[in-house]
Design a protein around this ligand. Structure first.
Ligand code: C2E
Ligand code: MG
Ligand code: MG
Ligand code: MG
Length: 280
């Protein structure tokens, strides 16, 4: 039967069957339609103050309620969206949805000061309309700009650092907060890092995961926390899954944390907004 399996490779290139290229085109066509037809969802993952154990904000994470394949995670479609440019519309939709949701939480539970973080890809960062769009979405929803955090990966920032610097300065001038996402996994240069007007470093999950068993990971997390504080930035740990990791981060003086230990990403109604029904 190994031969039959092997023949699948050949069959994949027969006209009319699904080779990887046409599968991607189908996916993109479905994604465009899904965006239009309201199949995208935003889930929110709480972010906690480590010292007090209270919620400081949420990160908006996109999902796709695919008509036949169920709820898809970003890993299944975000790269295709980025490469094709669909990320532009997708990102604009997520931004609007998350900002409007922050206003809905205020209406439900009273002003909570809860911050809402939205991820921006490299392509979104390079979009000349980005700054105007962000300003417009905030103004239309009536959300103070200081309630919005934009997360940009180290890799996206460094793909065009000079362009990024200009855009970050314009976003900063609006009053939104900026976070470096997946910190430690890219190729940041300290020359740029000290120039970027950012407010937070989000320490990548891969280091946090190893920190209770691996001295090297622990040293990296400790250094990131120190670096953040020395630069006047908030240190946020990603991917906290156990009480041991939470305790280790607290001992290192890390300010905030996010991870399955506190909560998985959940629909808006399940977010434990302060003053809301669900306690933290
Ligand atoms: P990210 O911005 O670093 O988001 C954190 C990811 O880690 C999320 O995966 C979250 O569900 C996951 N996570 C959080 N805590 C834990 C934990 O304790 N353990 C483990 N194993 N995972 C944890 P998700 O939602 O699958 O998103 C993956 C990536 O997709 C995000 O990484 C972000 O880069 C991208 N993404 C998600 N939504 C958007 C969006 O609206 N726009 C853009 N441009 N990118 C997005
Ligand atoms: Mg993020
Ligand atoms: Mg991250
Ligand atoms: Mg990530």
């Amino acid at each position: 039967r190994a031969k039959a399996q092997g023949s699948g490779r050949w069959e994949a290139h027969r006209p009319g069957s699904t080779d990887p290229g046409s599968a991607r085109l189908v996916l993109l066509e479905q994604l465009r339609a899904g965006l239009r037809d309201g199949e995208l969802r935003v889930h929110y993952q709480p972010r906690m103050h480590l010292a007090s154990g209270t919620i400081s904000g949420v990160e908006a994470l996109v999902r796709w309620q695919h008509p036949t394949r169920g709820l898809l995670q970003p890993a299944e479609f975000i790269d295709a969206a980025e490469e094709s440019g669909v990320i532009r519309d997708l990102g604009a939709w997520v931004l609007t949805e998350a900002v409007e949701q922050a206003v809905r939480w205020d209406a439900r539970s009273g002003p909570s000061g809860l911050q809402v973080a939205v991820n921006l890809s490299a392509r979104q960062l390079a979009d000349p309309d980005l700054v105007t769009r962000v300003a417009g979405v905030l103004a239309r929803a009536g959300l103070p700009s200081s309630r919005l955090v934009l997360e940009i990966t180290e890799t996206a920032l460094m793909s065009d650092p000079d362009g990024a610097l200009t855009t970050l300065q314009q976003l900063r001038a609006l009053g939104v907060l900026l976070a470096v996402d997946d910190f430690g996994t890219g190729y940041s240069s300290f020359t740029y890092l000290k120039q970027f007007p950012v407010d937070e470093l989000k320490i990548d999950r891969s280091f946090v995961t190893g920190m209770t068993t691996d001295a090297g990971d622990r040293a990296i997390v400790a250094s990131c926390v120190h670096l953040a504080h020395a630069m006047g930035l908030v240190a946020v740990a990603e991917g906290v899954e156990s009480p041991g990791e939470r305790d280790a981060l607290l001992a290192l003086g890390c300010d905030q944390a996010q991870g399955y230990f506190f909560s998985r990403p959940v629909p808006a109604d399940a977010v434990p907004v302060p003053g809301g029904v669900v306690g933290v």
